[in-house]
Design a protein around this ligand. Structure first.
Ligand code: SDX
Length: 429
């Protein structure tokens, strides 16, 4: 084990271990820093801070590498469907045929939600954002499925909760869409695979024959795989932090949904389409958009660009860009927003401001265009991101849950408030 030494004003004040991880990543182990020296580190945004050890996902922001449980994202997207990848993330290995079939059966068995939850949907206004409904419904699952059967083996109960959540959140997402569009709910059907079931619940109609388009089913599988996990991102950190207090998986995932909703995070996929529509509708040229994105006094940002970790092209964006073209070609469609997006990318990648700051397209830059091509409305894009990210959130929650050394998350601070003072009684103030 290597050692590191801390000097303050040339005086050695502390020596501590240096860790090297399985992909040669180096971390300074400061777990005893405050106990031994009274000092803390300061890293707002945690850009330089490892919050945990994890075996779920590896990503290399400089090289644009992303691996779930050691498998490259490019390989998984080509050779697996979303249920296999969900199984891989949650259970740690790819399922064999028997396990895959059994998992599909389990997911189908748990795809309905409690009838009393239907009343909740009726209470929401039609202008509600789907993410507000999704997060509320997910945490409400803990009221209907509290897993308090103390006789049951806790691991079996956790496995049941995981399967319930993986299946029911997809149903809730589809029901949310139906409610916001004034349509009756379409129940899940055992006849369909995970993604086809989702599309059927979303778009099936009594007035016309509907069968999920195989091009859409394949694209949804790939898109959910692309979103399935991404190491210690904002929403996954939220899930781990909530889970660290031993709150339920439903509560932790509901918090993850809320964190993901923000336009700096998963909400960017909706913001990208709104940005492209604004550029089109306001007649903003691509050059003007690139200029506005650099102007600090202009609130306009190039949504879908930039990333805290990737300082090169997000490997998922590369796959999504190719998928865009494939889906549109398969459907015999074109989309002027895709043309604007490709033009924006080409101009940005040649522009000093973006080059200097390593700003490249991220996962959110192209995915909205694919959802749009399938008739999924803009306000549902971040719900799609959440559906994809769910197995990743679950995997990280379970990793903390099973780690005997994990503690409740409780960071410290750099205090900039007032120094101590006496209260002056009211009559003298
Ligand atoms: C996701 O972490 C994950 O893994 C997230 C995610 C996942 O799978 O979980 O990958 C999903 O959230 C992808 C990111 C989606 N968000 C967006 O597309 C929103 C637009 N991007 C930015 O808001 C921004 O790039 C962030 C939030 C993504 C990253 O922000 P950072 O790392 O805090 O970087 P920063 O804001 O400090 O930016 C550094 C510089 C700044 O300029 P200077 O102060 O150096 O002059 O780059 C500029 C920023 O102003 N900049 C941008 C920009 N993004 C950063 N300028 C214009 N347009 C942008 N999009």
């Amino acid at each position: 084990m290597k050692k590191a030494k801390l000097f303050i004003d040339e005086k050695e004040v502390y020596e501590f271990p240096v860790q090297v991880d399985n992909m040669k990543g180096i971390s300074l182990d400061i777990r005893n820093l405050r106990k031994d020296t009274g000092m803390i580190t300061y890293d707002p945004g945690f850009g330089n801070t490892g919050s945990c050890q994890s075996a779920v996902t590896f990503l290399d922001g400089e090289k644009g590498i992303l691996q779930y449980r050691g498998y490259a994202i490019e390989d998984l997207v080509e050779k697996c469907d979303f249920v296999e990848v969900a199984f891989l993330l949650v259970h740690g290995s790819l399922p064999n045929k028997k396990e895959r079939y059994k998992y599909q059966e389990l997911l189908n068995n748990h795809s309905m939600i409690h009838a009393d939850m239907m009343d909740f949907f009726r209470g929401y206004p039609d202008h509600a954002h789907p993410m507000s409904i999704l997060s509320a419904m997910v945490v409400s699952l803990s009221a209907f499925y509290p897993e308090i059967d103390l006789d049951e083996d806790p691991e079996a109960q956790m496995d049941l909760t995981v399967t319930r959540l993986l299946s029911k959140m997809r149903t809730i997402a589809a029901f949310t869409y139906r409610k916001l569009n004034g349509m009756d709910f379409v129940n899940p059907s055992y006849k369909y695979s995970y993604c086809a079931n989702f599309l059927n619940m979303m778009f099936s109609s009594p007035v016309r024959d509907y069968t999920p388009n195989p091009v859409h089913v394949k694209a949804i599988n790939k898109l959910l795989i692309l979103h399935a996990d991404h190491e210690q991102n904002c929403s996954t950190t939220a899930v781990r932090l909530i889970g660290s207090s031993e709150a339920s998986l439903y509560a932790a995932v509901s918090a993850g949904i809320c964190a993901l909703w923000g336009p700096k995070h998963g909400g960017a996929n909706q913001a990208v389409i709104e940005m492209l529509e604004k550029i089109r509708d306001d007649g903003i040229t691509v050059d003007e958009a690139i200029r506005k994105a650099q102007d600090k006094d202009d609130p306009f940002k190039l949504m879908g660009f930039g990333h805290r970790v990737y300082k090169t092209y997000d490997p998922r964006a590369k796959i999504a860009r190719k998928l865009c073209r494939e889906v549109l070609d398969d459907l015999g469609k074109s989309d002027e927003l895709l043309d604007i997006a490709i033009d924006l990318e080409q101009q940005a990648l040649k522009n000093e401001y973006f080059i200097e700051r390593n700003l490249y397209p991220n996962i959110d830059f192209y995915t909205g265009i694919i959802f749009r091509a399938m008739g999924i409305p803009t306000n549902m894009y971040t719900v799609m991101f959440a559906l994809g990210r769910l197995p990743g959130w679950i995997a990280h929650y379970l990793e903390w849950h099973h780690d005997p050394y994990e503690k409740i998350g409780r960071p410290r601070q750099h205090y900039i408030g007032p120094t101590p003072k006496q209260v002056v009684p009211l009559e003298e103030r």
